[in-house]
Design a protein around this ligand. Structure first.
Ligand SMILES: NC(=O)C1=CN([C@@H]2O[C@H](COP(=O)(O)OP(=O)(O)OC[C@H]3O[C@@H](n4cnc5c(N)ncnc54)[C@H](OP(=O)(O)O)[C@@H]3O)[C@@H](O)[C@H]2O)C=CC1
Ligand SMILES: CC(=O)N[C@@H](CCC(=O)OP(=O)(O)O)C(=O)O
Length: 314
């Protein structure tokens, strides 16, 4: 049994991680940090949690001192560094999976999107940066054709408001979101930069948030160097993701929010071509809290620790 600590456990992704960890035979949650819920039983938030566990308000040094085999950081962006530094000092062999964006642009960390960037670098890794939710969907929607593209790819994204976390903002204000669709960060969104860096292509990303809680989709508009047939367009995805248990295909229509929400994997579909075959569109839907965050973190952790990647996921 490998021991796992969870920092930021009260959050939307933390809640999902507790449930996923409870279904893993080789991983045991041994501490869960939350300032707001310190002292309360973890089962009060997540019934699947180990019954004896209580939330603790743990600072960086206390987290490092716990000596867990792995620590998952599920903190807001900008908060991870003190925990990483404390672990580097006290227990550098600890596997860290960071769900925030803080280390996704740091080449000394492994960027964990196994279906695209492979599993070799994740085996035995101790520093893993977990991709963002839109970034996961957008990269899954583009990667199979990234060497056949002309010009920037245009990605339109819609996410449920759980994507904005539990800290109140306009983007998770259900009153403002009622009967509404909220565009935001329409140039230079962090995920735009993240996808451009890892796919090594030019990306234009337009995120929106809606009044449903979870799930997201990204519609990709692609221009090709050479015209494609519809068969070739679709075949590129089926070949790229052949044998991937968490990548499913929708036939006869574009993927929709309902195809991804609450699912562990991603759903891809809606391959559409312009008349001349020089432009195409495709949609990827997933759950921002699952394949967009917690499921992917568990995949990455399992690969780092040499455990079965898809136990209780596929
Ligand atoms: N939500 C999503 O769809 C996705 C989120 N992510 C990323 O994952 C991370 C977690 O996301 P999410 O669960 O939504 O975030 P939340 O805001 O829901 O949860 C983060 C938790 O961290 C704790 N926290 C906040 N600030 C601090 C701090 N300064 N020190 C210690 N603890 C703190 C809070 O709990 P308490 O106050 O009780 O300590 C809070 O509940 C973020 O970096 C996010 O960007 C990635 C992919 C998808
Ligand atoms: C609706 C909403 O606010 N969504 C978030 C997605 C956050 C996420 O995926 O996490 P990272 O910031 O760690 O990448 C956003 O667009 O910033």
């Amino acid at each position: 049994m490998k021991t796992v600590g969870l920092v930021g456990a009260r959050g939307h992704t933390g809640r999902e991680l507790i449930a996923l960890l409870s279904r893993r035979s080789g991983l045991g949650l041994v501490f869960a940090s939350s300032r707001a819920m310190a002292g309360e039983t973890v089962t009060s938030l997540a019934p699947e949690a180990p019954r004896e566990l209580r939330f603790e308000a743990l600072g960086p040094q206390e987290v490092a001192g716990k000596g867990a085999d792995a620590v998952i950081l599920a903190l807001p962006n900008g908060e991870a560094a003190p925990y990483v530094e404390a672990i580097e000092r006290t227990a550098p062999q600890t596997v860290i999976v960071d769900l925030s964006a803080d280390f996704r642009f740091d080449g000394t960390w492994v960027y964990g999107l196994p279906e695209i960037y492979g599993r070799e670098r994740l085996a035995g890794a101790t520093r893993i940066a977990n991709p963002g939710c839109y970034a996961t969907a957008g990269q899954l929607a583009v990667a199979p054709l990234r060497d056949r593209l002309r010009g920037p790819v245009h990605l339109f994204g819609v996410s449920g408001y759980s994507g904005a976390g539990t800290t109140p903002t306009r983007r998770n204000d259900t009153k403002l979101l009622e009967d509404n669709l909220m565009p935001y960060a329409l140039a230079g969104h962090l995920h735009e930069r993240e996808m451009a860096r890892h796919l090594e292509i030019d990306v234009r990303f337009s995120p929106h948030v809606a009044q449903f809680f979870r799930g997201l989709l990204v519609t990709a508009q692609l221009e090709f160097c050479e015209a494609l047939t519809l068969e070739a367009f679709e075949a590129a995805y089926r070949e790229a993701y052949e044998g991937e248990p968490l990548i499913g295909f929708v036939q006869g229509r574009p993927a929709e929010i309902a195809d991804g929400a609450n699912a562990n994997g991603a759903a891809i579909g809606g391959w559409t071509l312009s008349e001349d075959g020089r432009r195409g569109a495709v949609v990827c839907a997933l759950d921002n809290l699952l394949k967009g965050a917690a499921v992917q973190a568990i995949q990455n952790l399992a690969l780092a620790l040499g455990l079965e990647e898809f136990e209780a996921l596929a």
